[in-house]
Design a protein around this ligand. Structure first.
Ligand code: KG4
Ligand code: ZN
Length: 343
């Protein structure tokens, strides 16, 4: 492994777990050389990701996206020495496009393949801006599909401390936003509107504020629905819309931050990483900064382009797995049914 690592120069990352087709080129010493993300706007008119459409768009996008990533990095295919690819969790049809393509490329190029967990990979976006977190660190992954608190004890060695029992934080934004007739994904729109709103306009419930580090957002969703039906069946004014967005955002971020405080009290890590699409949320960032000042930990929030789904984080995690001596696979050993991979 060490001999192989010595020669590692360029890693190609491939991500296709949901509705972003992405490819990136990462070099352990020179950092991130490219990160191309092809977003699929087709889903917005359906109010959520349509899996079949997502798979088809990945098929259209995968070749030009990888070509563009190599071009922007000014790297030719023969320089790529390992391919890191998202192996899940995610939409199975979407994952298969990226994973099968990675296998084919690995076979053609004779490179090993590093299958990585997409959710864990979000945390490794924090290793791409030249200010790496120290191990062990606490991580909060908040995306459209996942909400998890994780203790990362060593490179590529993480333990899930808490997770959502129903909706993810991003879904809580998207689904309550949909009730307010906001376009999908509603999270960024609600963030913007919240800045003009009063967060104390209405107190929505904060669920599971007990000792557990698990989350639940379905009660909030129901509460927003009942509240709107009762008070706003005729629609909302512009100011009320902002006030409601701010009040909902307060409820979601209060839960996230309070659980992170509990996790920190139990594990007291010097560094904390937040990643995933929702980590772009201004209210969450503000509250987490206040928490970091209160407890004296260093907070890492990757820039928004690295927080949403992207292949840079896949390549970055792939490198950490390689360094940690984790198994890589020659492509010909990857012929088992996809679902039976043991990682
Ligand atoms: O990580 P991501 O790009 O994709 C998934 O793996 O799910 O996260 C997308 C989620 C969506 O639910 C979106 O509404 C939410 O992140 N999001 C935000 C913000 N930006 C994106 N939620 C709240 N505030 C934001 N600024
Ligand atoms: Zn994600």
């Amino acid at each position: 492994m060490q001999g192989f690592l010595f020669f590692i120069m360029y890693i190609l990352g491939i991500e296709s777990s949901c509705d972003e087709t992405s490819a990136a080129v990462y070099h352990p010493q020179n950092g991130l050389l490219s990160n191309v993300v092809a977003s699929q706007h087709i889903h917005s008119k359906f109010g959520g990701v349509v899996p079949e459409l997502a798979s088809r768009a990945h098929q259209r996008n995968i070749v030009p996206t990888i070509e563009q990533a190599l071009k922007e990095a000014a790297v030719t295919a023969d320089k790529i020495q390992a391919i890191a690819v998202a192996r899940g969790p995610g939409l199975i049809g979407s994952l298969l496009v990226g994973f099968s393509f990675a296998k084919a490329l690995a076979q053609r190029w004779g490179t090993p393949i590093i299958p990585v967990n997409h959710v864990d990979a979000h945390l490794y976006a924090a290793f791409l801006d030249g200010d790496d977190p120290d191990f062990p660190f606490l991580g909060l992954i908040v995306s459209g599909g996942h909400t998890q608190i994780v203790l990362v004890e060593a490179p590529a060695k993480q333990r899930v401390l808490g997770k959502t029992l129903d909706d993810a934080a991003g879904e809580a934004f998207d689904k309550t936003g949909k009730m307010l007739n906001l376009p999908y994904p509603a999270g960024p729109v609600m963030d913007k509107l919240s800045k003009k709103g009063n967060g104390n306009f209405h107190r929505f419930p904060r669920s599971m504020m007990d000792e557990s580090l698990d989350f639940s957002f379905s009660g909030l969703k129901t509460s927003v629905l009942y509240y709107l039906n009762k008070h706003y069946s005729e629609g909302v004014s512009e100011q009320e819309l902002s006030d409601l967005c701010a009040s909902i955002s307060e409820a979601i971020t209060d839960v996230l931050v309070s659980k992170m405080e509990k996790a920190w009290q139990q594990h007291a890590a010097d560094h904390v990483v937040i990643s995933g699409g929702v980590s772009a949320n201004s209210m969450l960032k503000q509250k987490m900064h206040e928490l970091s000042q209160k407890h004296g930990f260093k907070l890492h929030i990757p820039k928004p382009a690295l927080c949403t789904d992207n292949a840079a984080m896949i390549a970055s995690y792939g490198w950490q797995l390689l360094k940690a001596g984790e198994l890589t696979h020659q492509p010909e050993t990857l012929d088992k049914p996809f679902a039976s991979y043991p990682f």
